[in-house]
Design a binder for this molecule. Structure first.
Ligand SMILES: NC(=O)c1ccc[n+]([C@@H]2O[C@H](COP(=O)([O-])OP(=O)(O)OC[C@H]3O[C@@H](n4cnc5c(N)ncnc54)[C@H](OP(=O)(O)O)[C@@H]3O)[C@@H](O)[C@H]2O)c1
Length: 323
């Protein structure tokens, strides 16, 4: 081995050391950022929102938990109290009860949040509803309902809280979108449309808020093992009520909540939390759209042909098998 080859080892060690130091500093900065920050979480009664509440609470954040079901929020507060963290981190989370699909209720809730907590440092727009159905068979009222919950609700809450963030010159808006905010897959039109709109709005918000130093993080997860598919609506507005295999096989909400916590602490602008196939699909949609459209058409044709035309009456049975 000549002298140049030997010189590589100290260089490599120095690079590892610098990277380690960078990571440590990043962790310390992130910890300080989250400690005592006022964090508002929508959809805290279940799934990802509930797990986000636990990890942000453990990081020392002061929580405002939002949901529609007061009893379930009370149970979560009790669970958080039982976590027995260091006394400095113990505080009682606030609860604000409202339906995100009602803009008037959202505006009233925003006032209540500011009254209870005094300020909002981090808003996590997490609540959402999913949908299963064919476009032909879906009532426009259902498209509208999904849009009201997944898009207009977060938009209204964000708009209502932004002025106070700007006044405080501190604020961070997080939105839980989806891989389906990047690509649209058959039989998920309403959901995918609401998440595409969400992606577009919050990308625009990021740019417009940069003069005020307000951060925006868009999180795009793939499947998470939550009640999302069980709680999904169908084309006629009735509940889907099925735990899909993809959802059941998804990442755990605990794992995704930890990823969200890290991303917020590092003030990431966007992140995709998905496996190889959905990640490739996102790139394919941009780099080779014609191929992507062919794959989606083949998927829709195959499943429609194999299972017959899907109507509301047989949707639940068929869609479980075909999606
Ligand atoms: N699970 C996945 O595979 C997956 C993948 C990508 C993205 N996501 C996104 O992750 C977020 C969290 O969903 P999740 O998977 O945790 O599902 P989840 O367990 O069904 O939780 C959804 C939460 O949203 C709340 N919510 C629904 N409609 C609401 C409304 N009109 N007003 C107020 N709150 C409402 C629910 O409250 P109630 O208890 O009152 O119904 C619940 O707390 C959603 O935005 C979803 O789109 C999920």
């Amino acid at each position: 081995m000549d002298l140049t080859s030997w010189a590589i080892f100290p260089l490599l060690l120095a690079s590892i050391g610098v990277y380690g130091l960078y990571k440590l500093l990043q962790k310390l900065r992130s910890g300080a950022y989250l400690q005592a920050a006022v964090v508002v979480i929508t959809g805290a009664t279940s799934g990802l929102g509930k797990e986000c509440a636990k990890v942000f609470y453990a990081a020392g954040s002061h929580l405002v938990l939002c949901g529609r079901d007061e009893e379930r929020l009370k149970d979560l507060v009790q669970e958080l109290n039982n976590m027995r963290l260091k006394s400095t981190q113990l505080h009682k989370p606030h609860m604000v009860i409202f339906d995100l699909s009602d803009v008037e209720a959202v505006n009233t809730a925003a006032k209540e949040i500011l009254h209870l907590a005094g300020r909002v440092d981090i808003l996590i727009n997490n609540a959402g509803i999913s949908y299963r159905g064919t476009i032909l068979d879906t009532k426009v009222s259902v498209d509208r309902m999904v849009m009201d919950t997944n898009y207009f609700g977060p938009v209204a809450l964000t708009k209502a809280l932004l002025p106070s963030m700007i006044k405080n010159r501190r604020g961070h808006v997080v939105v839980i979108s989806s891989v389906q905010g990047k690509i649209s897959i058959p039989f998920r039109s309403a959901y995918s449309a609401s998440k595409h709109a969400t992606q577009a709005f919050f990308d625009c918000l990021r740019a417009e808020m940069s003069p005020y130093d307000i951060d925006v993080t868009v999180v795009n997860p793939g499947y998470i093992k939550t009640n999302l598919s069980l709680n999904a609506v169908t084309g006629d507005g009735s509940g889907y009520g099925v735990m899909d295999k993809n959802t059941a096989d998804g990442r755990t909400p605990e794992e995704v909540a930890q990823t969200v916590l890290r991303a917020v602490g590092e003030r990431r602008k966007e992140l995709l939390v998905a496996g190889l196939v959905p990640t490739l699909a996102v790139y394919l949609r941009t780099l080779a759209p014609t191929l992507f459209f062919s794959i989606m058409s083949a998927r829709a044709k195959k499943r429609t042909k194999a299972k017959g035309f899907i109507t509301n009456s047989n949707l639940k049975a068929k869609i479980t098998v075909c999606i």
